[in-house]
Design a protein around this ligand. Structure first.
Ligand code: NAD
Ligand code: MG
Length: 387
């Protein structure tokens, strides 16, 4: 029998990779829900192809347009933030969370609270509200299947192993497009240079995060929530080829790694088919051609974002949510040409330093922290512009 899928963020990079797999395995999947932020034309096109029960456009002002595009079909149409949350509890077998940023938090939490298994790409939700999300999953019995390639690799390497038998988790990082660039040259890079990732094709926000190495810092926080082995047991290793996606070292010093071509359809397929495996159109690894794999320690002087993230999650409470919100604003400002590249991490640091510590205990608390941090970051961005 076909399994039913809800896909949040269908028009994005992860969303499209997911639909590519579904398209090739049409017997196995039936799409229940598709969502997008504002791209009505693409969402309508996908709806006509995949025939979901329900489509949701987050931007309420586009509701009429979407309704018109799907008139005469039996596809349900909804719009707005509340509709997005409601759609997360629509009865399907798997919710794939591929919205970018904390915009994905409310629907992902709703899915977990309703006991839906969640294939999670939306790392920012876990960074902001990791404790609440893990607690919600425990309470409802929902499983979180990580799609982020590193966490999917760790998840696979842990199969059959126990967390208390893990000595270290090693998160690999490509180092991004500026891995070998001097700090002075990085001060002048353009958004176009920053989004040109050497190995992966991804959305703009995560591409900039990879360039600052904030992505690896966010992933450290993500790993801490998903695989609670203790923060000091999670390390970062730069591996420019992106062939080893992460490693788990056990107490006996046996180390397991997961390898694959840098193609997001591989970790997505692993989550979609779990606990089974599915055939993908991806290129198998040709190690003889790759010939060598390189590794180096991360340089936290040129790339201070990872240390910032480690300190934020070590302190805990609202810190990671503050960090994430400031980063979202700073990345958007950099992409819009408003601040230079090094100002992204500076903005995040300044927002955290100025913010009072707090211990959020509800989603509402997280949203307040998120809003306050965004405001503070906007303020700093304006100061940069006028400096
Ligand atoms: P993207 O920018 O390509 O797509 C984002 C999707 O989210 C789009 O469908 C967009 O319509 C939707 N969206 C954006 N803002 C929204 C809002 N306010 N409300 C509702 N929907 C909104 O991003 P992406 O690269 O596909 O990344 C998605 C998530 O997956 C991110 O959290 C990212 O960190 C994570 N991730 C991506 C990759 C990758 O290869 N792209 C790899 C690992 C993890
Ligand atoms: Mg990743």
């Amino acid at each position: 029998m076909a399994r039913r899928l809800s896909l949040f963020g269908a028009t994005g990079s992860v969303g499209q990779s997911t639909l590519d797999l579904v398209r090739r395995d049409g017997e196995a999947w039936q799409v229940g829900v598709l969502t997008a932020n504002s791209d009505v034309a693409e969402l309508a096109r996908l709806a006509l192809e995949f025939r979901p029960d329900l489509v949701v456009i987050a931007d309420e002002s586009r509701y009429g347009e979407l309704q018109q595009a799907l008139a005469g079909t039996n596809i349900g149409v909804a719009a707005g933030a509340e509709a997005l949350v409601e759609a997360a509890t629509y009865p399907t077998d798997l919710v794939l969370a591929a919205i970018v940023g904390t915009a994905g938090l409310a629907p992902t939490m709703a899915a977990l609270e309703a006991g839906r298994n969640v294939a999670l790409a939306n790392k920012e939700s876990l960074v902001s509200a990791g404790e609440l999300m893990i607690a919600a999953a425990h309470k409802s019995g929902a499983t979180i299947l990580p799609i982020d390639s590193e966490h999917n690799a760790i998840f696979q390497c842990l199969a059959g192993g126990r967390l208390d038998q893990v000595r270290r988790i090693i998160l690999t990082a490509s180092g991004g497009p500026f891995r070998t660039m001097s700090a002075a040259d990085m001060a002048r890079v353009t958004p176009a240079q920053a989004v040109a990732h050497p190995n992966w094709s991804m959305g703009a926000k995560i591409s900039v995060d990879s360039a600052t190495m904030m992505n690896k810092g966010l992933e450290l926080i993500e790993a801490h929530h998903l695989f609670p082995v203790g923060l000091d047991r999670i390390e970062i290793l730069v591996h420019p080829q992106s062939v080893i996606h992460s490693l788990v070292e056990y107490v006996d010093c046996s180390t397991l790694a997961q390898l694959g071509s840098p193609d997001m359809r591989i970790p997505i397929a692993s989550a979609l088919a779990w606990p089974q495996r599915m055939v993908t159109p991806c290129a198998p690894l040709d190690l003889a051609t790759i010939a060598r794999l390189d590794f180096e320690a991360p340089d936290e002087t040129r790339f201070p974002a990872t240390a910032l993230c480690r300190a934020a999650i070590a302190e805990g409470g609202a810190r990671p949510a503050q960090l994430n919100a400031a980063n979202e604003v700073a990345v958007a400002a950099f992409l819009a040409g408003r601040i230079p590249f090094p100002a992204i991490v500076d903005t995040v640091r300044n927002v955290i330093d100025a913010a009072a510590p707090a211990v959020p205990t509800s989603l509402q608390d997280i949203f307040s922290v998120d809003a306050a941090s965004r405001l503070a970051a906007q303020h700093l961005v304006e100061q940069y512009e006028h400096a």
